[in-house]
Design a protein. Structure first.
Length: 96
């Protein structure tokens, strides 16, 4: 009984920052992190192809350097925008 009372008193004193994280919030956090990692991976793969094409242009024949650089730039911009949107959505859900 004493343990319950001590636990209850401790819970009353918790601020918003100290409250335990709900399962829903933890799932949203993990999904957000996975989505951000996925967007980063897509951007990295796009840049990988672009850099390969640049090296091919410098050291061999390739006519796809400019389109691949444009593609990598567009994918990076889109990934950054999506990362920002996901992070804001997670932050907004935490504030509810």
């Amino acid at each position: 009984m004493l343990i319950y009372i001590l636990h209850f008193e401790k819970q009353k004193d918790l601020t918003d920052e100290d409250k335990p994280v709900t399962l829903k919030q933890e799932i949203l956090d993990k999904l957000g992190a996975l989505l951000i990692a996925a967007f980063g991976l897509v951007a990295a793969l796009a840049w990988n192809d672009a850099i390969k094409a640049v090296f091919k242009e410098i050291f061999g024949d390739s006519s796809t350097v400019v389109p691949m650089l444009i593609y990598a730039s567009m994918v990076t911009v889109i990934a950054v925008i999506l990362i920002i949107l996901v992070a804001r959505t997670i932050a907004n859900s935490k504030n509810r």
